[in-house]
Ligand binder design. Structure first.
Ligand code: ZN
Length: 476
């Protein structure tokens, strides 16, 4: 392998290693902080491929860094992968909803592909550096707990991304484009109220209801919604309703909130107001308030120069050649979902009605989201404030399918997902080579990053004393 374009041929030749890995992670879905098998599988593979492995990044026992370096100074480029599944989304490779195990976990966000595609790109780049004698360091980051765990925020806090010159990350999706848009930051908190129990009939005046506090807090927050910026999202669930018998005044109750807004300071401002409301509810009910920060991530700063490099790579490689059988399978999945998502995807990405009518879109697009802010969140945000990154999206799902649903699991366990994953690996690897052998490209990426991050300060989304949840890892 000498020419940069040959890296795609190398990935084609080695594809079975990666599709097997993606399928094994798909078949053994593990949720946040418990990705024991997936992290071991990937770390063993990388060790075998000549990478040096460091575990326990950010205090997470399913997080690791695999590093390979030439020994001469050169750019340090990272590839960030994920491997966590979602609860309750077990699903067979079928065109209709059919769980493998009722209530079981499933890869409803395609992270079996996300992690393996990033790993494949890292291995391919290492191979190219080795064969061409190009100086540099390549890292694969095995990042756990993206789903509601903000694994990368813990890794960022530990300084794991600080010395990166640039990073790559892809997410399975509906279409092939590198992102220039952003998404929301999030902070999640539990509000636990402590009251005083009493007989609700005989001595109600002695009781102080924690459930009243939860209800009053929710009423207050629902009034707050009118007086926040457009992109703010606030969601809650009552995680402890306070009891089972109405004649016992509940002495404890808990409500769990997600607060989403765009920039870090905007998230903090809405959180401040929600906390004020919680304190008000505690005062009104004469209960005590306990606040527990659960997780948080910052918005993604997508680097436009990196997006352009990936677009050039996509143009060089061409579209994803989905077969008639794959399109038919996708059409079946689409038909078994309530209509509407294709139109939503088309509107949000600016696709035409003809494109939205396709079952699967393998075409190449220039960035489809410039100037847009997606209303979901990802811990890639915390990586993006530490090193330049542009999230690449590749077609791994049918169009009438939403993330976190059975259709994603079905298409992620077969050739549609495999093709989108290998495509992402090729695009990221090909673009990374430009950063290694063309200092001007890397300088442009860095200059944009420095300008973006110097204007707005990074605010760590999790408190300094918050430790990640610990589960015993049977392999470590
Ligand atoms: Zn995801």
């Amino acid at each position: 392998m000498k020419a940069k374009s040959e890296i795609t041929t190398w990935l084609d030749q080695n594809e079975p290693h990666f599709t097997e890995m993606a399928d094994e992670i798909w078949a053994n879905p593990e949720i946040r902080f418990q990705e024991f098998k997936a992290s071991k599988l990937q770390a063993d593979f990388m060790e075998e491929a000549g990478f040096e492995i460091t575990w326990d990044i950010g205090g997470l026992n399913t997080a690791f860094i695999a590093e390979w370096r030439t020994g001469q100074a050169g750019p340090v480029i990272g590839f960030a992968g994920e491997y966590d599944a979602l609860p309750g989304l077990s699903q067979k490779v079928q065109g209709a909803p059919a769980p493998i195990q009722a209530g079981g976990h499933g890869h409803g966000c395609g992270h079996n592909l996300l992690g393996t595609g990033a790993l494949a790109a890292a291995v391919a780049v290492k191979q190219w550096l080795q064969e061409t004698g190009t100086p540099g360091t390549v890292r694969y980051y095995g990042c756990p707990a993206e789903e509601g765990g903000s694994g990368k925020a813990y890794m960022a806090r530990a300084g794991a991304f600080d010395d990166l010159d640039a990073a790559f990350n892809f997410h399975p999706g509906h279409a092939n484009y590198a992102s220039k848009g952003s998404c929301l930051g999030v902070q999640s908190m539990k509000f636990r109220f402590h009251g005083r129990t009493s007989h609700a009939g005989a001595a109600p005046h002695m009781g102080r209801s924690a459930l009243d506090a939860v209800e009053l807090m929710n009423v207050g927050v629902n009034f707050l919604r009118e007086h926040v910026e457009d992109q703010v999202r606030i969601h809650y669930v009552i995680t402890d309703g306070g009891g089972t018998f109405p004649n016992i005044v509940p002495d404890k109750a808990e409500v769990y909130y997600y607060v989403r807004a765009h920039l870090p300071a905007q998230v903090q401002e809405v959180v401040r107001r929600v906390r004020n409301i919680a304190q008000g509810a505690a005062m009104m009910t004469e209960t005590q308030l306990e606040e527990i920060v659960e997780h948080g991530t910052n918005c993604v700063l997508n680097n436009h120069a990196l997006a352009d490099l990936q677009y050039e790579a996509m143009q060089e490689i061409g579209p994803i050649p989905f077969t008639a059988a794959e399109k038919a399978f996708a059409a079946e999945i689409n038909a078994n979902n309530a209509p509407g998502n294709s139109d939503f995807v088309a509107r949000s990405l600016g696709l035409s009605a003809n494109e939205a009518a396709e079952s699967l879109l393998g075409d190449v697009y220039a960035s489809l989201d410039e100037g847009k802010v997606h209303t979901a969140s990802t811990d890639v945000g915390d990586l993006s404030w530490k090193a330049p990154v542009s999230m690449l999206h590749t077609a791994c799902w049918p169009l009438n399918v939403a993330a976190h649903s059975w259709g994603v699991v079905a298409s992620g366990g077969m050739s549609i997902g495999h093709k989108g994953m290998m495509y992402a690996a090729k695009v990221m690897a090909r673009a990374a080579l430009d950063l290694f052998d063309d200092p001007a490209q890397l300088q442009a990426v860095r200059a944009e990053f420095d300008a973006a991050t110097s204007a707005t300060p990074y605010i760590a989304p999790i408190p300094t004393d918050k430790e990640p949840p610990q589960f015993e890892n049977p392999y470590r």
